[in-house]
Design a protein around this ligand. Sequence first.
Ligand code: DLL
Length: 433
Amino acid sequence: MVWNKKYECMPREELQSLQLKRLKEVTQRVYHCLSFYRRKFKERGICPEDIKSLKDLNKLPFTTKSELRQGYPFGLFTVPLSKIVEFHVSSGTTGKPVVDGYTRKDIEIWAEVSARSLSCAGVTAEDIIQNAYGYGLFTGGLGIHYGASLIGAKIIPISGGQTTRQVMMMQDFKPTILTCTPSYALHIAEISEEMGVDLKKLPLRVGVLGAEAWSENMRQEIESRLGITALDIYGLTEIIGPGVAQECPEKKGLHVFEDHFLPEIINPKTGEVLKEGEEGELVLTTLTREGIILIRYRTGDITTISYRPCSCGRTLARIGKIKGRVDDMLIIRGVNIFPSQIENVLMQIDEIEPHYQLILERKKGLDELTVELETLPQIFFDEVRKIEEIERKIARKIEETLGLRVGVRLVEPKTIQRSMGKAKRLIDKRKLK
Ligand code: DLL
């Protein structure tokens, strides 16, 4: 088990002075290494010496994803290329990806924070981990692998996909931990049920699930279908990969490994720093990375932060479950909504499978949202009245809970595409000029 109590349970004042020391070092480093940061600092009329307390953080400029793209591929590295030992890229599909370059020390840090994450979820050297995050340029597979290795746990590096084989490994190797995206965990459950295998009877006990937004009710669905405790792991390629923040079994937010990553929550429209508990965009500054140092990176992820110590003993700040990305927020007839909020309602309905898609269209100048869902196999599609009744019931439930009128369309079982990694929930069919 890798529980670095020195840092994870450090009194806040001590942690803050460590963060300040590290913040001063990284601002010096980026200022002297990169004209990109020097120019941005100068535009704001500041230099690294102006950072005298953590409060001065908000004098520093934000860094955005589009700036990282402009530096593609190696323009924002803070060390010579000869020091880089590994590359990963972000999983976004539009335009050039964002590249992360890791030095040997960065890989050690990554292994440490990933090991702390897994340990926070209760993983020990005795565990067998079925790692079904994708291996490759995506950070999920290798990030978890490095952490599990540091703990000394036994790893099945199966990667995503080949779901029948995943179930076979679960029966034969008897893993105790499953690591994958929440949507893929549900797909594994579905295939195992088809194969007549009851995962609840196997030794699997914990899922360390992340890389996409998922609701509380989706957690319950996963826990009951797989017979596990499902815990949330957060991270992003730009910062390091999985291991930025992790939920403990208390399930009261994700602990941010603050000795490495300094979090803030801002109003995404104005950039103003928000108070503890207020919802906004998560901004992170890397305090120890070498290959890439990010100052006030705008993650685009919406959450809240709390600095209250947790009953697990950790004093690290906790972020709430990520609600979605700033750019995933839908505004439909004046109602602001995230796909995860719709998911939360859908997961409470009995007559449907937990697979859905949201289809956004523009009709007569107005945005219309249709929720597409699968019925349970035992509900027959020729029972038109019954189908319409269920559709109306779901639409009513969404309207009651979220104040949003949507169309609901039930489709036959197994017609919505399953994901092996991050699920694509929203299909935007609007032809916006
Ligand atoms: O998804 C890293 C990761 C791998 C995290 C495995 C957890 C487990 P990227 O592909 O760069 O990295 O995508 C990062 O995914 O900005 C969020 O929008 C989203 N995301 C990651 N974890 C969560 C989570 C990996 N637990 C982007 N909840 C981030 C909600 C998440 N969204």
